[in-house]
Write a protein that binds this ligand. Structure first.
Ligand code: NDP
Ligand code: HSE
Length: 411
């Protein structure tokens, strides 16, 4: 039996205890069993079945030689960072769902684990319960990964889905997501794309083996996405999703997080509600896709516990992920090639046609607008066009100075 401590008894931490207790039998059959000896939290939990295991004193846990694994589910990059360093320095393995800490200090903490013959595992930090980290660091190690493209934030996927399916505007869909407990009270990290940006930074680090700083990755959230944007995407047989992407080629790696028009033939089109999915393109396997619950108590906790089982099975050694502290210098994302859906005033079309080859012009009919419950007044003097493929640098040069450009969405 491996003794475990859970740091942070909130949504995920209480899920970790629940998974270990409820699935004690299958867990034990797969190696050594796990037992939660301590729960560290700031509060007491009177009436909770595990209230007697709660402590506020981390020293009690570090002073107990039986503790071999800590599940860090408290979040943040201050206390969690100190607690994790202290554990790894003492040879105690740490498993976490804390993407903020992993993005910021993951490479250093992994080195610390190696120096002390224990492990730092963070499967739950990207894609919640979807096994993505292990897929990249263990299953696809014979592959050259050329592209990762995915929906890595459940809250924004839910909001966009509700805008599409129920015709809600952004503010109403956000309020609904908050009421359902998907979006946080301060939803900035989700809707302004910091959260999926951290996640793609972690995946990019693991593919490149170098430290990728999320602040180097251009990101654009969904705050400004309107029903007008969605209407033109629908006319193309698509929708708009918040996509995190990184591409690896001879020029290095480019990464970006932004809303994109996703057409029906793209497998990500069918990823709805709070679900996450990641498409990986690699040279031998070609496309592979990973889909599931990217958040939520038990889905996320399952990934943390899966890591704890791996740590128990590999006691006294480090589970490798090949992540160095050398910084990855990203290539300029404006070199990425794609086509663009551009909304513009009708009066801007002649000028635009002088500058770019337009592949498709979109003007919704009254019937289309009525069918989708949209107000024709909102579309009175605007239209949209689809461009050919070009780099973003070239695209921006071409549309610069054209009066009447409303906004563009990458495709
Ligand atoms: P919660 O806020 O629900 O839980 C965190 C718990 O840790 C709270 O009980 C909190 O206490 C406690 N805590 C905070 N600081 C300390 C401290 N210094 N010492 C002891 N206890 C502390 O967060 P979640 O469970 O939702 O998230 C935990 C981590 O998992 C975060 O990094 C999050 O980003 C990540 N994550 C969450 C997912 C989800 O679906 N919820 C999915 C994937 C990842 P108090 O409430 O008193 O502050
Ligand atoms: N806020 C995140 C999301 C939680 O909505 O996907 C999981 O990391």
């Amino acid at each position: 039996m491996t003794e475990v401590a859970v740091f942070g008894y909130g949504t995920v931490g209480s899920g970790v205890v629940e998974v270990i207790e409820k699935n004690a039998e299958p867990i034990a059959s797969r190696g050594e069993g796990l037992h939660v000896k301590y729960i560290l939290d700031l509060r007491d939990f009177p009436g909770d079945p595990y209230a007697d295991r709660v402590t506020h004193d981390a020293d009690v846990i570090y002073g107990d030689p039986e503790i071999k694994v800590i599940c860090e589910t408290m979040g943040g990059a201050t206390f969690a960072y100190d607690y994790t360093k202290r554990a790894l320095s003492a040879g105690i393995s740490v498993c976490t769902s804390n993407k903020e800490l992993v993005e910021l200090h993951g490479a250093e903490l992994y080195r610390l684990a190696k120096e002390n013959n224990c492990s730092y595992l963070f499967e739950a930090s990207v894609g919640g319960g979807i096994p993505l980290i292990r897929t990249i660091t263990q299953a696809l190690t014979a592959e050259r990964i050329e592209r990762i493209c995915g929906i890595l934030n459940g809250t924004t996927n839910y909001i966009l889905d509700r805008m599409e399916k129920a015709g809600l505007d952004f503010a109403t869909a956000l309020k609904e997501a908050q009421e359902l407990g998907y979006a946080e009270k301060d939803p900035t990290a989700d809707i302004d794309a910091h959260d999926p940006c951290r996640k793609i930074a972690i995946l990019t680090s693991l593919v490149s083996g170098k430290k990728t700083d999320y602040s180097d990755i251009p990101m654009e959230g969904i705050r400004d996405i309107s029903l007008n944007d969605l209407a033109y995407a629908w006319m193309l047989g698509g929708t708009v999703k918040l996509i995190a992407m990184s591409e690896f080629d001879k020029d290095g790696c480019r990464a970006i997080v932004s809303p994109r028009v996703i057409k029906r033939d793209n497998p990500l089109f069918a990823v709805n509600s709070v679900f996450n999915a990641v498409l990986i393109h690699s040279d031998m396997l070609d496309d592979s896709m990973y889909y599931g619950r990217g958040a939520g108590k038990l889905a996320t906790a399952s990934a943390v516990v899966g890591d704890a089982i791996e740590c128990a099975r590999n006691a006294g050694r480090t589970i490798e992920c090949g992540w160095s502290e050398e910084k990855l210098v990203l290539a300029d994302a404006s070199g990425m090639k794609q086509s663009y859906l551009l909304r513009l005033k009708k009066s801007a079309l002649p000028k635009l046609e002088e500058r770019i080859a337009i592949e498709e012009k979109l003007e919704p009919t009254e019937e289309f607008l009525r069918e989708h419950g949209l107000d024709p007044k909102d579309f009175a003097d605007e239209m949209a066009v689809v461009s050919g493929e070009m780099s973003e640098k070239e695209w921006k040069e071409k549309i610069a100075g054209v009066d009447g450009v409303i906004r563009y969405i990458r495709m």
